[in-house]
Design a protein around this ligand. Structure first.
Ligand code: ADP
Ligand code: MG
Length: 245
């Protein structure tokens, strides 16, 4: 079997905001096509960790490599921003643009593809997430679940090497959660490298290649979903799981 490379490599990073240490000596490797699910209590540093990966925050110490290149401050930042898509809890679509225009903008501006190609790619992706009939709608005319599916399609339109998800279903009404998780599952099955922060333990179990439990800025436990959910080692993990399962 050919060796799979580490697309993301986090080496001993710490992150401080003033006196507050939010991440403490975190290391994590994500291979191509892996889906790493990060779980942990609110305030434990999950968003900060994701934001460090795509350069929205800079670690106080340690190093992050993406595709073999170090991401640090301005260094390689454009490459990372182009190759790593991010889907947030709030949908962040451009409100004044149509759904299709939302999908066309970055590929035309950053990847320099033509408007015809961007339109074709955009429509294919809208079909994929089941929203081709909403191409000319404005985001506000869509439900939260539909907006989040558009956000995923928009991230995919850049043909990124990896996608980061920060609690993509936390702001949704319960009945819309599954439609977004289904799209994420499909994207994972097509081989996208993903890092997903979520409280959806069913998704973690079913789709995750690995699960990482973070508490107070520290990696407490890490393993396959089977390891972490069925053979939990650490008391802190057990306690957290008893609250969310
Ligand atoms: P999580 O996503 O796990 O809920 P976060 O990464 O958002 O956790 O936050 C971890 C801690 O860092 C929290 O105490 C939060 O208040 C703090 N924090 C996050 N961003 C900043 C910032 N820009 N400035 C100061 N403190 C921050
Ligand atoms: Mg968060």
């Amino acid at each position: 079997m050919p060796e799979t490379k580490n697309l993301i490599e986090i080496k001993h990073i710490s992150k401080k905001f003033g006196d507050l240490t939010v991440l403490k000596d975190i290391s994590l490797k994500v291979k191509e096509k892996e889906v790493v699910v990060i779980i942990g209590p609110s305030g434990s540093g999950k968003s900060t960790l994701l934001r460090c990966i795509n350069g929205l925050e800079t670690p106080t110490s340690g190093a992050i490599f993406f595709d073999g290149l170090e991401v640090n401050g301005e260094k390689n930042i454009n490459y990372v921003r182009t190759e790593v898509g991010m889907v947030f809890q709030r949908f962040n679509l451009f409100p004044h643009m149509t759904v299709l225009q939302n999908l066309m903008l970055a590929p035309m501006k950053v990847r320099k593809i033509s408007s015809d190609e961007a339109k074709e790619r955009g429509m294919l992706l809208l079909k994929k997430v089941g929203l081709a009939d909403k191409a000319d709608y404005k985001p506000a005319q869509l439900s939260g679940g539909q907006q989040q599916r558009v956000a995923i399609a928009r991230a995919l339109a850049m043909k990124p090497k990896a996608l980061l998800f920060d609690e993509p279903t936390s702001a949704l009404d319960p009945e819309m959660v599954h439609e977004v998780l289904d799209v994420m599952k499909e994207v994972a099955e097509e081989g996208m490298t993903m890092v997903v922060v979520t409280h959806e333990m069913g998704f973690a179990r079913e789709v995750g290649s690995r699960v990482v439990f973070i508490d107070q800025g520290v990696t407490v436990e890490e393993g396959t979903p089977e390891d972490v959910f069925n053979h939990t080692k650490e008391d802190r993990t057990k306690e957290f799981l008893s609250q969310v399962l």
